[in-house]
Write a protein that binds this ligand. Sequence first.
Ligand SMILES: Nc1ncnc2c1ncn2[C@@H]1O[C@H](COP(=O)(O)OP(=O)(O)OP(=O)(O)O)[C@@H](O)[C@H]1O
Ligand SMILES: [Mg+2]
Length: 212
Amino acid sequence: MEEICTQMLLYMLILLLVHLPYLILMYLFVGLLVGGKSVALKTLTARNIATTGCGAFFIDVEGEYTNLTKMLGGKVIKIEQGKSAGVNPFEIEPDTKGSMQFINILDKVAEIRALLATICRNYGRTLTGAENTEIEVVVNQLYAEKGITSDVNSLFEKKGGRLDNGKYAIGRIPKKMPTLSDFQRKLKERGNCKELSDILVPFLQGNSLRYV
Ligand SMILES: Nc1ncnc2c1ncn2[C@@H]1O[C@H](COP(=O)(O)OP(=O)(O)OP(=O)(O)O)[C@@H](O)[C@H]1O
Ligand SMILES: [Mg+2]
């Protein structure tokens, strides 16, 4: 009997040790939910940028990251009614992994999803499961249609030639990236997410909250 009790005690001790990291993580998570999320995010981001040189972006509805972004030498882009934001959220930059450079389309899907989720939040709603799937499909299609893959070279046309502004280029010409208008047009054509495609109308070229 004594042997069984000792074995049970030992088993419980091992169980506790195995699950200890999860318990600590849960404690941290609950702690952050109560307060300190923004402070934690700002501290971690600033530290990562300073130590690893990695990049970061915030979609900041409340404008609470403006000072930090300026202090770190970043750029604050204001999106205001009636003025173009001057950015194309579909513009894509190569990512670096070791000495390799590649195009991370999956990360871009996540960025576009975060942007659309923020837009939707202003209308008091979240993205539905169907919308999340549709965003993934449409964003991937838009890049595939331009022949953009994980290969960095796929960001450029093969040869130089005449540019849109009438000038000529000798080297490689960067391809024109898809825009939010292309995204909305395709979303509308596919007809699976009518409400989301309607919500995006003011954010399109020529409208009051336009991007590029
Ligand atoms: N580690 C810390 N030490 C001291 N004060 C802290 C710490 N973390 C947060 N605070 C203070 O607690 C308050 C709330 O923090 P913070 O704004 O990060 O919370 P939050 O979780 O983002 O809240 P909300 O859900 O309202 O956005 C702030 O006044 C901040 O200065
Ligand atoms: Mg906060």
